[in-house]
Write a protein that binds this ligand. Structure first.
Ligand SMILES: Cc1ncc(COP(=O)(O)O)c(C=O)c1O
Length: 493
């Protein structure tokens, strides 16, 4: 039980219009709260004087109700300490009420939900087991993050906030921050934009959500990568769109296959820099083909540039957005990988003529983004910490990736195929026939290895089984042991 709930009373509504005596109303409210599990064994309740003053009744009915609850064993008095919910109450009362989710309760009467909610896939579709440790995906090397510098900046902005920041209510986000981002994107990703086209959001996921609301109606067809990012898929299913899975190979999304499967698609969702989960980089010819198709068919391209900052072996490949001259690309980026995912800061780069519509839609979602981390990140970028951190992490991840690839080949030889190790913080290995990746993931989790399964990333029936292995948070000295652990799991097949 949390300290925050000490001495707090449940909601007690006193109805002076009913014939039910006051002490009975108080008694009923406490008894119901205990049976619901809102109050747990050992929890302190307010003194009769405090409660009487809170609910504006005389002390007498409160004292009577407390006496009754003590007599029936719901409350116990402790001399000198106060009155408590009886510590001898059966555990299952609390267990039942606290741990059985609302969905398991039986309510009567019609409970109609929107079609949108009913068709939305369950949140956990089992691709990642989500633990902290070797092979965890979407996990940067937190132990190398400059927390001292970061916390100094947080402290500076918390102690001396700029009045302009506290009052800023721009649905696009802080102008200083947007300027810093547009200049970073221009230099390092080849994105063509100015700050007026940048919208700060709560991670790429919110960017995708806003974009779908602006561009798509139910029944609209969209291209998605096959395999692809499952929370995008869930969002599109939820929005009632018709999903056209377009196969991905070593050159990224196969645009010719997309045209054959559904030329009338309204939007193509792609992750050209480091495709999730196969890790391929879209070739320049496919990029040009995609941009040409979008222009000729009047479609939009949504470029999810997730995991694009780290490229090993070759120069970073500019964003697809920079190739487009007709404002057909909505570009999405995030700080989740380069900083940490719980920061929840991402951004959209919106074609100039659509900015007003994006703002209109965003306004009723969360009005505008929280200011503090925008301010801190702006300084982090301006003072050069961001660039330094990126360079340092690129070298660190490059070494981790090389160790992982070497160990994988040393342990498994030709039995596995490694995909997408040229960029990002994860790579994917495809498994020999007959091995079910979801079972491997489950067994590996039992020995503290937290990888993702490839097959749930497919929409269609023709799936490949494989493992998505994060190396961002796995120290080089842990990698050989972790790969041996994986071999021991796979030895069961
Ligand atoms: C391809 C892809 N896009 C977007 C996201 C969402 O990232 P964010 O943390 O920025 O919301 C993820 C996260 O796993 C991802 O894998």
């Amino acid at each position: 039980m949390s300290n925050a709930s000490i001495g707090i009373s449940p909601v007690i509504t006193i109805d002076r219009g009913t014939p039910t005596p006051l002490q009975e109303q108080i008694y009923d409210a406490y008894r119901a709260a205990i049976l619901r599990g809102d109050l747990g064994a050992g929890q302190q309740i307010p003194s009769s004087r405090e409660l009487a003053s809170e609910i504006k009744v005389s002390r007498f009915p409160v004292v009577q109700a407390y006496a009754q609850l003590i007599a029936e064993g719901y409350f116990e008095g402790r001399i000198g300490a106060g009155t408590f919910i009886s510590s001898s109450l059966p555990e299952h009362l609390n267990f039942f009420e606290h741990h059985v989710g609302p969905s398991a309760r039986v309510f009567s009467g019609p409970r109609r939900l929107a079609d949108r909610a009913s068709r939305t896939p369950a949140a956990n579709m089992g691709t990642s087991t989500g633990g902290w440790g070797a092979f965890g995906i979407h996990q940067p090397a937190f132990d190398h993050f400059p927390f001292k510098t970061w916390s100094d900046l947080v402290a500076r902005h918390s102690l001396n906030p700029r009045a302009a920041s506290l009052h800023q209510t721009d649905p696009l986000g802080s102008l200083r921050f947007r300027e810093a981002i547009s200049s970073y994107l221009h230099t390092s990703r080849g994105v063509k934009c100015d700050a007026s086209q940048v919208m700060i959001v709560s991670g790429s996921q919110q960017a995708l959500d806003i974009t779908v609301r602006v561009l798509l109606d139910p029944e609209d067809s969209v291209w998605i990568e096959e395999p692809g990012y499952r929370l995008l898929r869930a969002l599109l299913i939820s929005s009632g769109c018709r999903l056209i899975p377009v196969p991905v190979d070593d050159e990224g999304m196969d645009i010719s296959a997309g045209i054959l499967r559904g030329n009338a698609a309204r939007v193509a969702f792609v992750s050209p820099s480091h495709q999730y989960p196969l890790g391929s980089t879209m070739s320049i010819s496919r990029r040009l083909q995609l941009v040409a198709w979008a222009q000729s068919s009047g479609a939009w391209i949504v470029e999810d540039d997730y995991d694009s900052e780290y490229r090993y072996g070759s120069r970073p490949i500019p964003a697809l957005q920079g190739l487009d001259v007709n404002g057909r690309v909505i570009y999405i980026g995030t700080f989740s990988n380069v900083m940490f995912p719980s920061m929840r800061i991402g951004y959209l780069v919106i074609p100039a003529d659509l900015v007003e519509r994006f703002v209109a839609i965003r306004s009723f979602m969360d009005i505008f983004p929280p200011y503090l981390h925008q301010e801190v990140l702006t300084d982090f970028i301006h003072l050069g910490h961001f660039g330094r951190h990126l360079r340092k992490m690129r070298m660190l991840y490059c070494a981790r990736r090389a160790t992982l690839v070497d160990c994988l080949y040393a342990e498994f030889g030709e039995k596995i195929e490694v995909h997408g190790s040229e960029a990002g913080m994860y790579l994917t290995v495809t498994l020999p026939e007959g091995i079910r990746d979801t079972e491997v993931v489950e067994r590996a989790a039992k020995i503290g290895l937290w990888m993702g399964a490839l097959s749930p990333s497919y929409l269609g029936k023709h799936v490949r089984h494989g493992l998505v292995l994060g190396f961002g948070s796995t120290a080089p000295e842990q990698i050989p042991r972790a790969v041996r652990g994986l071999r021991s799991v796979l030895a069961e097949w």
